[in-house]
Ligand binder design. Structure first.
Ligand code: NAD
Length: 422
């Protein structure tokens, strides 16, 4: 067997390695070049930053970690995660380790269809206007597709139309949805260009006027699903699974819990979104709107027991992400992170991200329904508190360990311990 076939994302004690050794492991796994290695180590150059947003004064760094143990549709994957929150990377790695006992994550996705909305007002006969739009569908799609020849040549482009008549306090309005296959792009610019180009023709067909013309972030035609079986024995027996399901049930019926439950999912999802230069606001708004699609905000994941008493988890959500276009095409670290993920389509990336969301959620609910969330959080949290108290590199670990032993992780205690130590 060649080295490539023997490649595994499962590595024990990765967290104990020095940073350089971790980078070396990732470099070998993903065939990174010496140049990629340099990019990972250095800060973004200010000229690049200055082209990304307005009024630049510097860069704001977020830690980049690697979640290990992921096996997704049989493929070994290392997950780059950019997050400022401690425990997220460790929890994802841990969940992936349990999931791989029963084969890892199974993922699938729909075609990458985004929705562009065109709001038409001032129409006299709205039902006839809606019919007229559908009768002119071919002409409308052709105008939309003339805006993006590249996308059409790649097999994407505007594919269909939908019309919706909406009631409002100021009267009825006609909302046309343009359905666009955006292939490997997130699609906002591509779709916005198309809907803007369609405004005059839709005004002409309906006899009304067009107000809004913009993409919808409720990308519910661009869905991704990930499932995994979490091993009963590894989890500590069937009673632990029962405890897990009791905890999960609250998220399925109560928005107060569902919000926190879904926040935990986004801990993982956003970290990969950021690491790959994608738009996390687009993903957040889409995910939460989808979680409320039936009128009540609920969990994005579902859990049940299989015939053998193992826990099965599933996540389904819209993921409007791209591997071309947007900031991800400019940001050098995002380019390296995409290389680490070894993906060739946006759908593959979306599927990996869904698996991470499920892993993150499993880890959080597992901890919550057994030892509680604070235990896992404590080690890094204690180090952060020690740092806040003014401890230097050689003092941080001693103070953090002492606070954990005492079960008091507080700033004033850290300050006392620092004084004693000095
Ligand atoms: P883009 O316009 O930069 O790139 C997409 C274009 O790349 C396509 O239109 C196509 O012409 C070309 N392309 C080349 N190869 C392709 C391939 N394999 N697949 C698909 N297209 C390919 O980017 P975009 O994805 O249209 O827009 C994303 C950006 O828009 C993000 O930065 C996002 O933050 C921003 N944005 C978001 C919103 C929103 O979410 N509501 C609104 C406006 C802008």
């Amino acid at each position: 067997m060649s080295n490539k076939n023997m490649k595994t994302s499962q590595i024990s004690g990765f967290y104990k390695l020095p940073v350089e050794k971790r980078v070396e492991f990732v470099q070998t796994f993903a065939d990174l070049s010496a140049e990629d290695f340099k990019i990972l180590k250095k800060s973004l150059d200010i000229q690049t930053t200055d082209r990304m947003i307005e009024n630049v004064i510097g860069n704001f760094e977020i830690p980049l970690g690697i979640a290990v143990n992921f096996k997704i549709n049989g493929k070994e994957v290392l997950i780059p995660m950019a997050t400022e929150e401690s425990s997220v990377v460790a929890a994802a790695s841990n969940a992936a380790k349990i999931a791989r006992i029963q084969g890892g994550f199974s993922v699938k996705s729909t075609d990458p269809i985004m929705i562009g909305q065109i709001q038409i007002l001032g129409i006299e006969d709205i039902v006839t206007a809606a019919e007229n739009i559908m009768n002119e569908k071919d002409k409308i799609l052709a105008i939309a597709n003339a805006q993006d020849k590249i996308l059409v040549n790649l097999g994407g482009g505007a594919k269909d139309l939908e019309v919706r008549i909406l009631e409002s306090p100021t009267g009825k309005m006609l909302v046309t949805h343009l359905l666009v296959d955006v292939r490997d792009a997130m699609g906002a610019n591509a779709v916005n260009t198309m809907v803007e180009a369609l405004a005059p023709i839709l005004a002409e067909i309906t006899g009304g006027y067009v107000r809004l013309k913009i993409l919808s972030n409720l990308a519910d035609k661009r869905l991704v699903t990930a499932t995994a079986v979490f091993d009963k024995e590894k989890m500590g027996g069937e009673h632990i699974i029962d405890q897990f399901l009791e905890s999960y049930t609250l998220a399925s019926i109560d928005p107060y819990r569902a919000a926190t439950h879904n926040k935990g999912i986004m801990n993982g999802i956003d970290a990969v979104i950021i690491a790959t230069g994608n738009d996390f606001r687009a993903i957040e708004s889409g995910a939460h709107a989808y979680a409320a699609r039936d009128g009540q905000y609920t969990s994005l994941t579902r859990y049940w027991k299989d015939d053998d008493g193992n826990l099965v988890g599933e996540i389904e959500l819209p993921l409007a992400i791209g591997i071309v276009g947007g900031a991800g095409s400019i940001h050098p670290k995002a380019l390296v992170c995409k290389k680490i993920l070894q993906i060739s389509t946006a759908q593959e990336l979306a599927e990996i991200i869904a698996a991470v969301g499920l892993a993150q959620n499993f880890a959080a609910v597992y901890a919550l329904s057994t030892v509680g969330i604070q235990k896992g959080h404590m080690s890094l949290h204690a180090k952060n508190i020690a740092m806040m108290a003014g401890a230097n590199e050689s003092e941080i670990d001693t103070i953090a360990e002492q606070m954990i032993q005492e079960g008091i992780v507080k700033l004033d205690r850290a300050k006392e311990l620092l004084e004693q130590l000095r």
